[in-house]
Design a protein around this ligand. Sequence first.
Ligand SMILES: NC(=O)c1ccc[n+]([C@@H]2O[C@H](COP(=O)([O-])OP(=O)(O)OC[C@H]3O[C@@H](n4cnc5c(N)ncnc54)[C@H](O)[C@@H]3O)[C@@H](O)[C@H]2O)c1
Ligand SMILES: [Zn+2]
Length: 405
Amino acid sequence: MEMNIEEIVKQVLAEMKGAPAAQETPAAPKAASGEIPKTARVAMLTALKHYDIKEFPIPEVGDDDILVKVEGCGICGTDAHEFKKDPFGLIPVALGHEGTGEIVKMGKNVKTDTAGKPVKVGDKVVTCMIFKDDPEITMYDLNKKNVGGADVYGLLPDDDVHLNGWFSDYILIRGGSFGSTFFNVSDLDLDSRILIEPCAVLIHAVERAKSTGILRFNSRVVVQGCGPIGLICIAILKTMGVQNICAVDGEQKRLDFAKKMGAGMTVNFKDYKGIEALAGAVKDAFGGHPADFAFQCTGSPVAHANIYKFIRNGGGLCELGFFINGGDATINPHFDICSKEITIVGSWVYTLRDYATTFDFLKSAKQIGLPMSELITHRFPLDQINEAHETNLAMAGLKIAIINE
Ligand SMILES: NC(=O)c1ccc[n+]([C@@H]2O[C@H](COP(=O)([O-])OP(=O)(O)OC[C@H]3O[C@@H](n4cnc5c(N)ncnc54)[C@H](O)[C@@H]3O)[C@@H](O)[C@H]2O)c1
Ligand SMILES: [Zn+2]
């Protein structure tokens, strides 16, 4: 199985190398060290499954703007959807929202980040949501439960600035009424900074889980699905001090990684026939007890239907696996929810407050020795962005990142 995937990736890479050089790839613009070049390369998705590396002039940096030299950017599931199908109708678009880089120039009005922390040239930053239509929102607006409807850099329509996504050499963070939010994260290493966005998804999910009152230090917790999302979920639970974590997936390599992230037990669903046997295996993993709480971290409707069987009467569930519509799931409301009195929360993206919590989580995870950097399994230079996306689609690794030289 694994061999096959590697074969496919190799084949795809070979095919891409052999492809006609119809699109000239500009070399990285040269400038003396410390100097800002006149132009920047931007990876634009110009057709389905095809990026062109375009070169654009670096625009004027206005009094409220920040010019950032990009260091790296992770490829997200959303980028994969755009690459394959352009569901948001954005082509041509500068993608990349899990990015980070260094401030090289900023306008005279820029003094602090969104959290009020001072910023200067040389600081490392990440962007968060763009609140164009909601300028009143603040970091500590606790009534704003979810910022799923807001814009982000890396999913903006193209315009005459062009430097709107993190798969590029430079990005322009626009100030004033544009509504950008950004954070000074100079105290985090590059890998941690690239992982901020997906980690914020799980900080939010765990906050939602805590709102049920069921998730406690001594809870027995199931995490179903060990892609980046499930693995980060385990890392956060471990960092919080939750000790009884059981990971469920069908890929042994991912289950092994789940152990390194803090899962004490693992269950490979492919070893069991039928949900009764699978639920029995989860119960056995907890020494004969069903789970107190479960996190659903797959995009599979069947997995959603299954997860109720792992949870005790009066237990809780956080469903976060469906960032996009994955279809309908069949459950039995009487057995699965009513008679068991399950408390369910849904979770979608994050708030600005969750972003700030994420920075602290990443530091703590490092301190207790969790292998967060190993989540980034593949690193590609910008001019190999098509290969990077094909590798992502082949599910050959976990997090694939573009790292600029
Ligand atoms: N709530 C949010 O805001 C949010 C944000 C990002 C991603 N997501 C969602 O989270 C999900 C997971 O993301 P990811 O990047 O980790 O994806 P992924 O595809 O890398 O991981 C999913 C994992 O689930 C496993 N799996 C599939 N069916 C299973 C089953 N029946 N039982 C147990 N395991 C099963 C797969 O083997 C895989 O390892 C996606 O569906 C995505 O849409 C949600
Ligand atoms: Zn993302």
